[in-house]
Design a protein. Sequence first.
Length: 116
Amino acid sequence: VQLQASGGGLVQAGGSLRLSCVVSGSRRSIYRMGWYRQAPGKQRELVATVTSGGVTNYADSVKGRATISRDNAKNTVYLQMNSLKPEDTAVYYCYALLALAAGDYWGQGTQVTVSS
């Protein structure tokens, strides 16, 4: 199973970006997909997740500024982030939890840098 993330980059504070992550190689359906992030010197933390049924969960720090969505037919998860802040700067990792306890997988990470 491979996860390929894209869409990171450098953006000014107050700007927006959209991350995408495609999951390939899975024979199982994907129960939960999501995004985590890790800033320098900090632990990896949840940003947002979405289940196959569309149930979403957001970190308090991004509520109201982030929208997670997925296209089940394409095995793709998206993260739209608006009103970006310098503290959103981190490496963003996509995540997939397969159904029926078939395992979980991580993408390689994409850097998001928000300049003040």
